[in-house]
Design a protein around this ligand. Structure first.
Ligand SMILES: Nc1ncnc2c1ncn2[C@@H]1O[C@H](COP(=O)(O)OP(=O)(O)OP(=O)(O)O)[C@@H](O)[C@H]1O
Ligand SMILES: [Mg+2]
Length: 280
């Protein structure tokens, strides 16, 4: 799905004394075939930018064009249009684990399917499939979401957005609160879903995840795009200037460089091993 930001500005509380300018002159076309990472320090505007994509927020000026729908300040959003768009987009909110509300896991996961496809009586089956994909077995179906661990709640929230099979997943910190193993399982699941043709926009603070999974990245700082392009290129430079952490693999390469071992073309552990072997 094509997503374009044109001269986009966004203020919270625009017409009051509490006005804050959060996005400034954003111009960008997101590549529809990619896993696109949006990164930047806390408060840089990442969540705000993605909330503009499916019309939770309206631009203060400029445009957001999502799948041909133009959103600008003067746009009167029609329910039908917004609903048509939103069912193509699975939006996983930041802190989604705190937003479960039904009394059983299966009901919570079914909510989106029932909401967007009221005539589909296969919602329970779809919800079960989604739960199994995120690694929660049948014993979870009838449990209360409130009795689950943080990581389990996160998985339920993820199941809820993949269950209705959207064309685009917007994932705001999907791995926050998961342990290392859980993070890998969930990211591998998103990768698999992406390989079936689903577009992904991913907000994360984890540069290891960006390097391993994303095809393109956008670095936001104080509401502006500071840099964009290939994670492999951007992350190997000095990224501390954007308040980002250098991925482990590049830290290792830099440490080796200080010892006089210069390695090229290394982006992951297997390529590191191959290059090190060449050095004997
Ligand atoms: N509802 C709101 N009203 C006023 N200001 C807000 C509101 N929501 C966010 N902001 C402000 O807008 C700025 C950008 O917030 P946003 O949530 O988009 O940042 P973020 O990059 O997602 O940060 P984080 O990494 O902490 O999630 C912040 O300065 C924040 O305080
Ligand atoms: Mg955020």
């Amino acid at each position: 799905m094509q997503i374009e930001f044109k001269n986009l500005y966004f203020n919270y509380n625009n017409n009051s004394e509490f006005k804050v300018t959060v996005l400034k002159n954003i111009n960008y076309l997101i590549n529809k075939n990619n896993i696109t990472a949006i990164v930047g320090k806390t408060g840089s505007g990442k969540s705000t930018l993605t909330e503009l994509i499916n019309y939770f927020l309206k631009p203060t000026s400029g445009q957001v064009i999502t799948d041909g729908f133009i959103s600008e300040n003067s746009t009167k959003l029609k329910f039908k249009v917004v609903n048509k768009l939103r069912k193509k987009i699975g939006y996983l909110f930041q802190f989604s684990e705190n937003q479960l509300f039904e009394d059983t896991v299966i009901k919570d996961v079914s909510f989106g399917v029932k909401n967007f496809y009221p005539k589909d009586d296969g919602y329970e089956q779809k919800s079960k499939e989604a739960l199994r994909l995120v690694g929660l077995d049948e014993s979870f179906d009838s449990r209360s979401p409130f009795d689950l661990s943080g990581g389990e709640k996160k998985r339920v929230a993820i199941a809820g957005v993949i269950a209705y099979k959207p064309d685009l997943l917007i994932l705001d910190e999907p791995t926050a609160g998961l342990d290392a193993q859980g993070k890998k399982e969930i990211m591998d699941l998103f990768k698999k879903i992406h390989e079936t043709g689903v577009q992904i926009i991913l907000i994360t603070h984890d540069m290891n995840v960006v390097l391993e999974y994303a095809d393109e990245m956008i670095v936001l700082d104080n509401g502006s795009i500071q840099k964009y392009g290939s994670p492999k290129e951007i992350l190997k430079e000095n990224v501390e200037k954007y308040n980002l952490e250098t991925p482990h693999i590049y830290k290792t390469i830099n440490a080796l460089k200080e010892k006089g071992i210069v390695l090229n073309n290394v982006t992951d552990i297997p390529s590191l091993v191959t290059e090190l072997k060449k050095h004997g």
